[in-house]
Write a protein of this length. Structure first.
Length: 108
């Protein structure tokens, strides 16, 4: 009997009824290695994915740093302007409501 071992003894060659060889596979050994290979594959895929995600966010942050500062200043100006406009609107509506109710708000 000629025995060729591949994959750490998972496959073996044995002659079968004269001329046609058959390959026998040790199923329990293969099944024991499946969870290990899946865990290794999962760790590799998730590690590469996390690395690429961190790299992408870091590069985007560096690129948008100047644009982000300008956007914050512009947004601050818009919010401040909206606040001042709404304060004057509330003040005007308050005085109009008081005049409509007949209150004397004249300064002496």
């Amino acid at each position: 009997m000629i025995d060729f071992r591949f994959f750490s003894g998972l496959l073996s060659y044995s002659p079968h009824s004269g001329t046609s060889p058959s390959v026998t596979i040790d199923i329990p050994s293969i099944m024991n290695s499946i969870p290990i290979s899946f865990v290794i594959f999962k760790v590799l895929v998730l590690s590469v994915g996390m690395y690429l995600a961190v790299k992408w966010h870091y590069e985007r942050g560096q690129k948008d740093k100047n644009q982000k500062t300008a956007a914050v200043v512009l947004t601050s100006i818009k919010v401040g302007g909206a606040f001042v406009a709404s304060a004057f609107l509330v003040l005007f509506l308050t005085f109009e409501f008081c005049n409509w109710m007949g209150l004397d708000l004249a300064m002496q």
